[in-house]
Structure formats: C-alpha cells, structure tokens
Design a protein around this ligand. Structure first.
Ligand code: SF4
Length: 406
C-alpha cells in the first residue's frame, strides 16, 4: 500500500505525515490491519527496538475532585464507587512505588486528583519524591498533579521530579464538550510550564469519548506541536456513574489503528499504551506492543489492570523485552535535549489527571448498557459492544491495606 510505504519512510526520517495521511490510517479496513501494524512497527523498532518501558501509577489522592471532566470517575458529582482518600503519607506512597519498581517499572507516576496543587501540596509531593529516590535513586519520577501555577514546576524539578504529566485528552474543538471547569489552553500552558522548568513533558489523549477521526488527528497533531517526550494513549473506560458511561465505541481493531496513527505522527516519542488497554484491546494487546514502546504495569488510578505477571508474560511471549534502568528510553537526539534541560522541545507528555485509567474509572453495576451510535467519522464496524464486565474498580494497593498489583 503506497500510504504505508510513505508513512514508514517519513517515520524513519522523523518527518510529519499530512493530516490526510493520518486520517487515512484511521480509515483503513480490518483487512489491512496487519499491514498497518507491521508498517508502524517498523517505525517503532527504528527508534525503540523491541524494548518495553514499564511505568507504575501511585494515586496519591483519590476522588473528591471539584473539576467536571466527563470521562473521570473522580469528577465532581461522580457516582462511581471508587476508593476515595486524601493525600498518602510520603512513606506510604514510597512503599507503593517500591512495589512497582520491584515488578520492573523504571518510572513511577505520582498522581493526585484535583484542579491543581497548592503550594503545601507541592511540599508534600516533594517529600514523597525524596522518599522514593532515597529507596531507589535510578527510578524516574513523573508528577501528575493537575494545572500548575507560577513557580510550582520549578519547585517540583528542584525536588527531583524528572517529568510532569498533563494530558490534552481531546481536540481543542471538542474540549468544551468534555470539561467546562478548565480549558484546552489551560492544559497546554501547564505542559509548557513543565517543559520550561526542565522536566520531561508527558501529554496524551483519551480515545473513545465519541470523538470523530478528525478530532483524534487534531489532538495528536496538537501533541506533536507541543512535542512531549511521552504520549500516553488512553482508551475510555466508561465507568458507571460518569456522564460517558454509555460510550462503548472502540473495537480492538480501531484501538490498534489509533495507536498506529499516533506512532506515525510521533515516531520517536515514547508512545505509552495506557488506561483501557485490557478493556478495549483484550486478547489483541500483544499486537499493540508493535506500536507502543511503553505500558503501565499493574493497576490504574481507580480501576484494576491485568495482573503484573500477565503483563510480563505477554511481553516475553510477544518477543519483546522489559527496558532496564541502564537503558535510555528516548533516542539519542531526544534524550540529549531533555538532559540539557533546555525545555526547547516545543511541547510535552505522561498522564492525569487522566492518565492511567483516564481518571475515568467507573465502577460497573448491573447489566450491559445499550450500544451507543457510532460517532461521526467512524463506521459501524468500528463501534464496539459494551463490556462493563471488564471494568473493575480498584480495591487494592494505595489507599488500602491490601498488597498492590505489580
Ligand atoms: S481528570 Fe483530574 S481534574 Fe478532571 S475530574 Fe478527574 S481528577 Fe479532576
């Protein structure tokens, strides 16, 4: 297929595809799926080999958020029966992080619900970062605390945060449909503050919220312009008790096409398979490793993931290897830019308020919901059936007395 040959050539040269080419990837049929995966897999292997980076989420503060992000189980008015707790003590957070590191994670993502941190919250998180780094100085720490105000990014960087996550989530044009309490521009601003402070930026998206193909391409192009080092791709977990509970729009094939499109647009960036992979890719998860070079190990913020051992087995069975701490994740040209702390890579990349399980965890109650109409730009074949049986609220790990999944 000429399209795929062109996209591979561009990906190997780190050249931006056109919007039409990105849209064409999303419009390919299931007959073309393995060709699409193979083509994007060539780009993935050029920049990341067969390595898979493992990341581990610690939810420092769960639920009770005043913001109204429709996808999120922690939002204002959420009826999802998730764990709700206030800030974990630094030692408890450090213990949770240690479980992930022992399982093979090289990055720990410290996430807190809320619009953004107070200066006192920055103090708490700084102590938590210190406690984690005391136990394991090689672990990368990414903070994800919401919208930052002046000076907070610099304080986190000084405390040892390597990265900051804040997702764009969806296109600017549809942002107001999913959230009214902050704007797309607010999110862009926070990513840029993190970059300016010398942190590696992590910023990604959530697919499956009823957006069109054009919206998906828009948000991925917006991310490319911001130029994060990592891009988490979340697939909406339609939690009962949230406004998007009936949005079951994804099939495994569509999820793979989306990942391939992201890989072509962001060829040399850490593309992370994030929340919703178990729910939407199901038994096709190993194919996604040919596209993404990074995954979360264990549970998400408010929902449970596949067992850690199953992830490690899947990686080995698919012929990939877990990336060690002695290996630099990013290709040399990007790693050098991060190490210089120049903040000059135009933009950012990691998770959420929104990362991990799209914050959008929602418990499952009762019978499957009716299938929602296929969003504009998708074919009926792309609309998935509801599978609330695959959504499990997290009941172990941080904030509980039970051992975490790692
Ligand atoms: S995504 Fe973050 S800001 Fe939005 S409702 Fe959830 S916890 Fe709050």
């Amino acid at each position: 297929m000429d399209l795929l040959n062109t996209l591979v050539d561009k990906g190997l040269r780190r050249e931006l595809p056109t919007r039409e080419e990105a849209l064409a990837v999303l419009a390919t049929t299931d007959d073309d799926l393995l060709d699409v995966v193979a083509a994007a897999g060539k780009v993935r292997r050029r920049w990341f080999g067969r390595r898979v980076k493992l990341n581990y989420l610690v939810n420092l503060k769960s639920g009770l958020c005043p913001e109204d992000c429709s996808y999120c189980s922690q939002r204002l008015g959420s009826k999802a029966e998730i764990l709700k707790y206030t800030w974990l003590k630094p030692d408890d957070a450090s213990k949770a992080a240690a479980a992930g590191v022992a399982g093979g994670a090289k990055r720990v993502c410290l996430v807190a619900s809320g619009r953004g941190p107070t200066d006192r919250d920055i103090d708490r998180v700084s102590k938590t970062i210190e406690a984690i780094k005391e136990q394991n100085e090689d672990v990368e720490v990414c903070a994800c605390l919401g919208l930052l105000t002046d000076g907070q990014a610099e304080r986190l960087r000084a405390a040892g945060a390597d990265a900051y996550n804040h997702n764009l989530n969806t296109s600017e044009a549809t942002y107001g449909d999913i959230t009214t309490t902050h704007t797309f521009a607010d999110r862009v601003d926070t990513v840029q503050q993190a970059q300016a402070a010398g942190m590696s930026a992590c910023s990604g998206l959530i697919a499956g919220m009823g957006e069109s193909d054009a919206d998906l391409v828009d948000v991925v192009f917006a991310l490319r312009e911001l130029d994060p080092d990592s891009v988490p791709v979340n697939f909406l977990i339609p939690f009962e008790g949230t406004p998007l509970a009936k949005e079951w729009n994804l099939t495994p094939q569509r999820a793979l096409r989306i990942l391939a499109m992201v890989r072509f647009v962001c060829p040399d960036v850490e593309v992370r398979l994030a929340g919703g992979r178990e729910v939407h890719l199901r038994s096709m998860q190993p194919l996604a490793l040919h596209l993404a070079n990074s995954i979360f190990l264990g549970d998400y913020l408010t929902s449970e993931g596949q067992e850690g051992k199953a992830d490690l087995d899947m990686i080995a069975d698919a012929g990939f290897e877990v990336e060690g701490t002695d290996t630099t994740t990013l290709p040399e040209h990007r790693a050098d830019a991060v190490a210089s702390g120049c903040g000059g890579h135009g933009g950012g990349g990691c998770g959420p308020c929104g990362d991990g399980d799209t914050g959008a965890a929602a418990e499952t109650t009762g019978a499957p919901e009716a299938e929602s109409p296929a969003p504009a730009g998708e074919t009926r074949a792309d609309a998935g059936g509801a599978r609330p049986d695959l959504v499990a609220v997290r009941r172990r790990g941080a904030g509980t007395d039970l051992a975490p999944n790692a």
